[in-house]
Design a protein around this ligand. Structure first.
Ligand SMILES: [Zn+2]
Length: 339
């Protein structure tokens, strides 16, 4: 019996297996119910009483050693498998999906870039604002419809706290802490209480501009906007200004650019007028300057504001405004930016 055990102990030290099938065959041969070790266990009762202790210990050693050996073999060929995979230098690398810049960011950055080169700096302000900075300081009358719940998001239980409806609130914040010359653009997200459709959303993005100094005239405004239009839409772009009304500017105007699809001939995009509207502008109302601590007898200024979505629509001909906020990567990856 002892001889048989010693022989098996030697045998198992030389075991080899290179795959799971071979290993399983070894396990069955030695460790299964009908395996070699169990057969010895069955014979154990025939061992003479004085040898039982010695043989029993040897038998246990054999069993343990066999289990260890088979486990070691398993680990060895598994490690070999992994090693081979890790070292396969012929495999191609997984393609890394680089994101693209959001079309609204591309357009916003382009607008910022153009005005930066004309000497405007960027001003920022909070999206959750108070009534003063959004409406009162901007010369909105107490009964102006924009103050209505229908148009503006109010923070519940705080009738004075709202989500800004335009970035003019940033103009107000700049004026209250600085004196002219002031030349800033205010890019940011704004909110309106509107039903979401292909042409309206409850939030969108604006870039507003403000220039206040001595002797600022409407001519300055027109020249800056013409320069902007040419850089944004091409050298041949023409602009026209139509009289309009805003609470914070006087006189006020809306600016159209010549339709770049038909070149001014008239097409469905420009509704056969040859012109498309892109922004609102005007001379800062003296009441706004005074409300924000600037002497309107000494200084004058102009302001303008445009919707980033509107400019993006014109540049990329995106018909449905909702596409910009639906996170559809098929749409978003269409836009490649250099900046
Ligand atoms: Zn047209």
């Amino acid at each position: 019996m002892l001889e048989k055990i010693e022989q098996l102990l030697k045998e198992i030290e030389d075991l080899k297996a290179s795959n799971a099938e071979e290993l399983e065959a070894l396990r069955i041969k030695y460790l299964s119910k009908k395996g070699a070790i169990n057969a010895l266990m069955a014979d154990f009762r025939n061992v003479a009483a004085d040898k039982k202790k010695e043989v029993g210990m040897k038998l246990n050693e054999l069993k343990n050693r066999t289990q260890e050996r088979i486990a070691a073999l398993k680990e060895a060929f598994e490690a070999q498998d992994n090693g081979a995979a890790e070292l396969d230098l012929t495999r191609t690398a997984y393609p890394v999906d680089l994101g693209t810049r959001h079309p609204l960011s591309i357009v916003k950055n382009e607008i910022i870039d153009i005005f930066s080169r004309m000497g405007f700096t960027i001003a920022d302000g909070p999206e959750v604002e108070d009534d003063w900075h959004v409406f009162s300081s901007m010369n909105f009358a107490e009964d102006h419809p924009a103050r209505d719940m229908q148009d503006t998001f109010f923070i519940e239980s705080h009738p004075d706290i709202i989500l800004r409806t335009h970035t003019s609130s940033v103009q107000s914040r700049v004026m209250e802490v600085s004196q002219p010359p002031i030349r800033v653009i205010c890019p940011g997200r704004v909110y309106r209480n509107e039903a979401i459709s292909y042409r309206a959303h409850c939030f969108f993005h604006q870039v507003e501009g403000l220039y206040v100094d001595k002797n600022v005239s409407f001519t300055d405004l027109k020249q800056v906007l013409l320069q902007f239009a040419k850089e944004m839409f091409g050298e041949d772009t023409k602009i026209r200004l139509r009289p309009s009304y805003f609470p914070f500017t006087e006189p006020s105007a809306e600016m159209d650019i010549s339709c770049d699809i038909c070149g001014g001939e008239g097409c469905p995009f420009c509704k056969y007028t040859g012109w498309v509207e892109i922004l609102g502008c005007g001379m800062v109302d003296p009441a706004v300057l005074e409300a924000n601590g600037i002497d309107s007898k000494v200084y004058s200024g102009y302001a303008f504001g445009m919707g980033v979505e509107r400019i993006a629509n014109l540049k990329y001909k995106v018909k449905d405004l909702r596409m910009f906020s639906e996170n559809d990567t098929r749409f978003l990856t269409e836009f490649e930016a250099a900046n």
